[in-house]
Design a protein. Structure first.
Length: 350
């Protein structure tokens, strides 16, 4: 009786010999070894039904592509490194999720190295760790100004894409239009009739926070409106709450633009506790459009960012570099849009 491909592969494993080969998978799936190779290498020029049949055969036989051997042949590991600061932030996690999904679709895995402090030394250590992990390229998601500095050396000879910074002309960058988002938020409140808009900023070392603060200030100046002092926050709900308590005690404040939704949530709580109604007494706008913002009370008017598009675009640029199809080194700036909900209205009558 003729031994089946499955039985032969199982027998080889039981005898301690080599595992199933490309040829075994090809015979089991009824395709060529070249087709199995294309599927194993994550290439896209295979019909969906054929790819599914090959993957099913790989699973049935227990075939595992030899990543190390493949890398030696192709010079690629099909692994992307991600250097990221503040894994707990909403925007970073949404961006990372998009990076991981886009990489998987393209046949790449990712290795994430978090950076505890956005310092030159910590960033350099992260690069070293990723090089030890055999990556083909790196996406940097560190919004702090450390990456913008000319003395921060990014990995030489390795493809790099930077997210959340547009001050490195030597590397492709992807970012949301932070200035546009802050401008439309401020203009919205002024158009409702508020004399001015108070601002709770993000951390001092944050690139995004600096761009939002600058655009808020320039928008007020262009409108001839007073520019209040900046209330410095740290992206946290607690920071928004503490500043919200101060805002609640000052009846002349009728409009607040918080640099992210979490701080805006803290403001809403503080105003509610103090008996200041939103939006009847104070209007509040956030930034990010996090998934829960429409469930705040009242639902939060906020600036929507395209986190998913940012992650996808960064992966596209990086893989194009890796695979020898580089686009011109330029910045990709994705637009924002204002989502108007129940937390903004005209100011109270004087």
């Amino acid at each position: 009786m003729t031994e089946s491909t499955t039985d032969r592969a199982q027998g080889q494993r039981a005898r301690g010999s080599r595992g199933p080969s490309l040829g075994d998978v090809a015979a089991h799936a009824g395709v060529s070894t070249q087709t199995v190779s294309r599927v194993a290498n994550g290439l896209t020029n295979v019909e969906a039904t054929t790819r599914a049949r090959v993957l099913a055969s790989m699973q049935a036989l227990g075939y595992r592509p030899n990543r190390a051997a493949r890398a030696l042949r192709s010079g690629r590991f099909r692994n992307l490194g991600v250097v990221m600061f503040t894994l707990s932030s909403y925007g970073n996690m949404r961006t990372l999720d998009a990076i991981a999904g886009s990489a998987a679709t393209a046949g790449y895995s990712i290795t994430v190295v978090p950076v505890e402090r956005p310092t030159q030394q910590d960033v350099s250590v992260a690069f070293t760790r990723l090089l030890e992990q055999a990556v083909d390229g790196i996406i940097i998601v560190i919004e702090a100004h450390i990456v913008d500095r000319a003395d921060v050396e990014l990995p030489a000879g390795l493809s790099v894409v930077v997210i959340d910074s547009t001050e490195r002309p030597d590397y492709p960058q992807v970012d949301t239009d932070q200035a546009q988002g802050a401008r439309i938020a401020t203009e919205h409140l002024l158009a409702l009739g508020h004399e001015t808009v108070w601002h709770i900023s993000g951390p001092d070392d944050s690139y995004s926070a600096a761009r939002r603060e600058q655009a808020w200030r320039e928008t007020l100046e262009a409108a001839g409106a007073p520019v209040p002092e900046v209330l410095h926050g740290d992206w946290s709900t607690s920071a928004g709450y503490e500043h919200g308590r101060r805002i609640a005690s000052r009846p002349e404040i009728t409009a607040v633009f918080a640099a992210n939704d979490q701080m805006a949530l803290g403001v809403l709580r503080a105003l509610h506790e103090a008996g200041r109604r939103v939006p009847e007494d104070v209007s509040v706008v956030g930034f990010d459009d996090m998934a829960e913002s429409d469930s705040f009370w009242p639902p939060l008017t906020t600036v929507h960012q395209e986190f998913e598009a940012t992650g996808r675009r960064a992966v596209e640029l990086l893989i194009a570099e890796i695979e020898g199809r580089p686009e011109p080194v330029t910045s990709t700036v994705l637009p924002t849009r204002l989502v108007v909900r129940g937390s903004t209205a005209a100011p109270p009558a004087r």
